[in-house]
Design a protein around this ligand. Structure first.
Ligand SMILES: [Zn+2]
Length: 348
């Protein structure tokens, strides 16, 4: 597929010092993509600053103003997990705006898919609160923007970061125009993401949480995607797929406790691209979230971009019976299916 890549050295201007979420992450990933000759295979897309109106699609004005003032004054600690520097506010606008540029390129068919190599990450950010290294919820802003600008009414968000995207869930909890699917480690930060949190009102059935035990492998994750995500997504027929593509599920991650290796991300990306290929001409935007080991980040992002570049919409999957799946994962999957089948008869 024609693949866009969003990156800018200005993503380093959110200066967090020795914090795990620091500028070395994206700089290193980009240097490895360059070294591997990937930049010749992708179409570079320039990010832009999101406007305040665009940020307000998700966040409350008082919070935006508070963050801007704190950043302008030089920053410091911001809540228990976040650090703000003088460059933070604009970098956060550029992360959201980079994701918007990625979605424009896809929906205007300049590319079929794009990868937004941006920071700070977004999926923990709530409408009025920064959390878990996140300030603005890039993916949520992007979904609201795509719905407004392009009139979309079915957007799928796939979140494979090791942590539950509590911000994204909260923002779309009553909303059926966004189907949020999260696979995360059970009991992990921020403590949300239970199976019975399935959406409310019009949003009932449009929030799917899959909490998993620790040390899940490539096969375990692929099984979850094939058993739950794929049948539901085929029925939902998204017009756009957004992916919160955190890399803290990598076996080498110092914060995460999962066991995915580089090629595992190709397999997850392949399931996502199969859905997008079948439902919306491939329209997919992958967005970086967590991931704190440089080598693991580079391997994961490289695997995803490679899969995108080579994607011909016909890629064969591993046979499901060949997957080696932990008993605990099979039982987690059957619990989710049993809970969600009231909304999705495909899961019965
Ligand atoms: Zn994470």
């Amino acid at each position: 597929m024609r693949t866009g890549l969003i990156y800018d050295p200005a993503y380093l201007n959110h200066n967090t010092g020795g914090h795990p979420e620091n500028g070395d992450r994206v700089a290193y990933i980009y240097s490895i993509l360059k070294k591997a000759g990937m930049l010749e295979k992708i179409i570079a897309i320039k990010p832009r600053l999101a406007s305040l109106d665009e940020i307000e699609l998700v966040h409350i004005p008082e919070y935006i103003a508070r963050l801007r003032d704190y950043s302008n004054r030089g920053g410091g600690s911001y809540g228990p997990d976040n650090i703000v520097s003088r460059g933070t506010f604009n970098t956060a606008l550029l992360a959201a705006g980079g994701t918007l540029a990625a979605v424009d390129a896809v929906l205007e068919r300049k590319v079929e898919g794009s990868y937004a190599l941006v920071r700070p990450p977004g999926h923990h950010a709530r409408p009025g609160e920064a959390m878990g290294f996140c300030f603005f919820n890039n993916v949520a802003i992007c979904a609201r923007y795509a719905a407004k600008k392009y009139g979309l009414s079915r957007i799928l968000v796939v979140d494979w970061d090791e942590h539950h995207g509590n911000g994204t869930e909260e923002i779309f909890y009553n909303d059926n125009s966004v189907l949020y699917f999260s696979v995360h480690r059970d009991g992990n930060y921020p403590g949300t993401g239970q199976i019975d949190q399935a959406g409310k009102g019009a949003g009932a059935g449009f929030n799917i949480n899959v909490p998993l035990p620790r040390r899940c492998s490539d096969d375990d994750y692929e099984y979850v995607f094939r058993q739950i995500l794929q049948p539901v997504a085929h029925a939902y027929k998204p017009e756009l797929v957004l992916v919160s593509a955190g890399m803290d599920t990598h076996a080498k991650d110092p914060i995460g406790q999962m066991n995915i290796f580089g090629p595992g991300y190709s397999r997850l990306a392949a399931v996502v691209l199969e859905i997008a290929g079948r439902c919306c001409g491939g329209a997919t935007v992958f967005v970086l979230e967590g991931g704190y080991n440089l080598q693991a980040l580079a391997e994961g992002v490289m695997a995803v971009i490679n899969t995108m570049v080579k994607w011909d919409f016909k890629e064969a999957h591993t046979l499901e019976e060949d997957l080696m799946v932990k008993t605990a994962v099979k039982s987690a999957v059957s619990n989710v299916r049993r809970y969600q089948e009231r909304y999705w008869p495909e899961l019965i």
